[in-house]
Design a protein around this ligand. Structure first.
Ligand SMILES: [Zn+2]
Length: 73
């Protein structure tokens, strides 16, 4: 019997990587990092709403403005 193992080529350096490899589908942790770096600096820009200045201002302002300020005596 010949078991068929899944294998893909490393997206970074095109090395054949077996499915059982811990870094699959990358050949190494280094290649994984390189690919992630491409995503971060490339055309794929994920804008997080949390990092939006307006959102931060709204959250912060609301939190501080509606604090417990009942000491008006
Ligand atoms: Zn690689």
């Amino acid at each position: 019997m010949s078991g068929t193992k899944k294998a893909l080529r490393c997206p970074t350096c095109r090395t054949l990587v077996m499915e059982e490899d811990e870094n699959f589908p990358f050949c190494s942790d280094r290649c994984r990092g390189i690919d992630l770096g491409k995503w971060a600096s490339g055309g794929y820009r994920i804008s997080s709403p949390i990092l939006d200045p307006e959102v931060l201002e709204g959250l912060g302002g609301d939190a501080t403005a509606r604090g417990d300020h009942d000491e008006q005596d």
